[in-house]
Every structure is written in structure tokens, then in C-alpha cells.
Design a protein around this ligand. Structure first.
Ligand code: AQP
Length: 336
């Protein structure tokens, strides 16, 4: 039996948005009262695509600030940056030797991110899921809160854990992790195209609500958000194939901690302009205080660095102990 432990990570690749918040960070905050939690700023993942070093540094700090502003308690949780704990990269190498090329070839995120020019993508982007498996299994985490887009990578993490346990005949050394995916809005979609996920790297800022957007900007983005000509349905079935409508209703449900069918009870039959003004109000009420707090925290960089330093030291203790066990299982010796 493994002790219950939560692990999750966020890439410091730019402005965090409503998708990152509703898909992951909101859940992180809820879980901190139930589990021992390790939350990681996955800077080694970020460099699988080219990053400007100065921007990367400031994005790392901004991600810590976003965690704390959203309600994560740095005393209660371990908050670290991946590059500070060398064992992440060391275990990833072992997993490069456990995972099969065929498994990685099936990963849809690689296909989406590499685009048409696959030959020119970094090797890091290809083996990204092995590093993600290492992040999680290094701490023998049992539960991983993520958005639905990461489900396939978590299945790969489970496959790697099973293969390692089996290959090295070590029982259930690595736990078989459980994904914790939010029910009402597992994947927040772009405000401009309901078939694409809301993403930091999407060129159009109008496609997303950033955690640092102010009231007027949120209002304007929601007013302009794509919808269709029909009114809001009264039943969940009425949202079928209405990607944009479904997205906005799900965002509202998630922000207000209610079910989609209850949103439809309140707004069914109404037009989108009425609904959009209520949606804006909800986003402003939940997101603007986080944005204000991020801006405040960013003025105290020493405090943010201290959070990472303390968290990374705590994480390193767990990681070193587990990596030693893993090296022993594999038959590797470490003399330093
Ligand atoms: N649109 C989304 N809906 C729900 N959850 C989402 N997540 C990301 N986008 C959505 C969840 O946020 C966590 C952190 O994600 P990440 O920053 O590590 O990587 P990502 O999934 O690649 O996020 P982006 O915004 O799309 O970044 P870029 O554009 O840099 O690739 C994860 O739990 C993820 O599921």
C-alpha cells in the first residue's frame, strides 16, 4: 500500500490562463487539505520548446506567484522547480530506457506540438512524457490532478510504472497513479474556436482569459467570445456539437461549483448576451483577485525565490532517497 501523495506540474511558458486554473490549479488548492501535495514548476519541460532565458526566469517566478495567489499554502505544500532537483532528469533517463518508442509515437500532444515539421522538433519534446512520468513516480505519487489534455500522458506513466515493476520484479514499487480530472470542465476551450483548447502558446490573446487580465479586458473578451445563433438549451443534450456554447456553460458551472444541468435550469431559453454578462461577472469575481495578488507578489521576488528554495530542499530529500532505491533495483551504483 502506498501512502497517498499528490503530484502535479505546470510549465512556466507564459501567462497562466483560465484553462490552467480550472483544469488544474483550482483542484490543487482543494487537494491541499486532503493530501500531502508536491506542486512543481516544470521548467525542464518548458525548454522542450525554445525559451528566451530571461523570459523563462520571469515566467518561473510568475508561476510561483500564481500558485500562491490562487490559494496554495507554501508552508503546507512542497512547491519546487524541477531544475532544482536533479533526480527528475536522472529518473527520466531510466524511463527513456523503459518506455518503448511505439508508446511515444502514439502521443497526440507530440503530434500537435511538433506540427507538420516533426523531424525538426526537439528530442526533448518527443520524450517529454517520460520526464513527466519521472516527475510523478520520483515521489511515488498516487494521485495527479490534471486537465483532460494530460490523460494520455498519465496512461503512459501507468504503463511505465507497470513495465518497470514487472521488468525488475519489484512488486508494486511504483504506484499505478490515478488521474484527478475535473468533471464539469475537464478541458477549457479557446474563446475563438470551441474545438481548440485554451492555450498559453495560442497567438491570439482573445482566445484566452489570462489570470492577470483586468475587469475590462475580461468583459471585452467574453462579449467577443464566439457563440452560435441558437439560444441556451434547457437540457444537456442540447449542447451536443455546440462546442463554443458548451465551453462557456461549462466554464460558468466550474467557476460556480455547480453542475452544467443547473446552469441550463437557470439560463435555458435565454440568449447569449444575458448569459455572457453573468459569465463575465463570475470570471471577474474569481479571477481578478488572483490577478491582483499575482501582481502584488511579483513585487517581492525574494519571497518567491525563498518558496522555491525551501520547497526544492524538501523535495530533494524525498527524491534522493527514492532515487537511491531505484538505482539499487536497477543495479546502478552512485559513488558521489
Ligand atoms: N485548456 C485547458 N483546459 C483544462 N486544463 C488545461 N491545462 C492546460 N490547458 C488546459 C492544464 O493545466 C496544467 C498545466 O499545463 P501546462 O502549462 O503544464 O501545459 P499545457 O497543457 O501545455 O498548457 P498550455 O496552456 O497549452 O501551454 P502551452 O501553450 O505552453 O503548451 C495541466 O494539468 C494541464 O492539463
Amino acid at each position: 500500500m502506498h501512502k497517498k501523495r499528490v503530484f502535479s506540474g505546470v510549465q512556466p511558458t507564459g501567462n497562466l490562463h483560465l484553462g490552467n486554473y480550472l483544469g488544474a490549479i483550482k483542484n490543487f488548492v482543494d487537494l491541499q487539505n486532503k493530501f500531502e501535495c508536491v506542486y512543481c514548476i516544470v521548467d525542464l519541460h518548458a525548454i522542450t520548446n525554445r525559451q528566451d532565458p530571461k523570459e523563462l526566469e520571469s515566467n518561473i517566478l510568475e508561476t510561483v506567484a500564481s500558485f500562491v495567489a490562487a490559494g496554495l499554502n507554501p508552508e503546507k505544500n512542497i512547491i519546487l522547480n524541477q531544475a532544482s532537483v536533479a533526480a527528475h532528469a536522472e529518473l527520466a533517463w531510466i524511463f527513456n530506457c523503459v518506455a518503448r518508442i511505439g508508446w511515444l509515437n502514439r502521443m497526440t500532444q507530440f503530434k500537435e506540438k511538433a506540427g507538420a515539421n516533426k523531424e525538426n522538433a526537439s528530442v526533448g519534446l518527443m520524450v517529454y512524457p517520460n520526464l513527466m512520468a519521472a516527475d510523478i513516480l520520483l515521489y511515488k505519487a498516487t494521485h495527479v490532478p490534471v486537465g483532460e489534455d494530460q490523460k494520455q500522458h498519465l496512461e503512459l506513466t501507468r504503463d511505465i510504472a507497470k513495465k518497470f515493476n514487472n521488468d525488475f520484479n519489484c512488486g508494486e514499487y511504483f504506484p499505478i497513479v490515478e488521474p484527478l480530472i475535473p468533471k464539469e470542465v475537464s478541458r477549457v476551450m479557446s474563446l475563438r474556436d470551441g474545438k481548440k483548447k485554451m492555450s498559453k502558446s495560442e497567438e491570439s490573446d482573445q482566445s484566452r482569459i489570462n489570470l492577470k487580465d483586468n475587469k475590462d479586458l475580461i468583459d471585452q473578451k467574453i462579449k467577443k467570445a464566439k457563440t452560435d445563433a441558437a439560444s441556451i438549451p434547457t437540457e444537456v443534450g442540447g449542447l451536443k456539437n455546440r462546442h463554443e456554447a458548451s465551453n462557456l456553460v461549462s466554464i460558468y458551472a466550474s467557476l460556480n461549483n455547480i453542475k452544467v444541468e443547473n446552469v441550463l435550469k437557470d439560463f435555458g431559453g435565454k440568449n447569449f448576451s444575458t448569459f455572457k454578462s453573468k459569465l463575465s461577472e463570475s470570471i471577474i469575481e474569481k479571477i481578478c483577485p488572483i490577478g491582483d495578488e499575482i501582481n502584488k507578489l511579483l513585487k517581492n521576488k525574494d519571497y518567491l525565490y525563498k518558496i522555491l528554495e525551501n520547497g526544492s530542499k524538501k523535495a530533494d530529500l524525498i527524491a534522493k532517497k527514492n532515487l537511491k532505491e531505484i538505482y539499487d533495483i536497477v543495479g546502478l551504483k552512485k559513488f558521489s
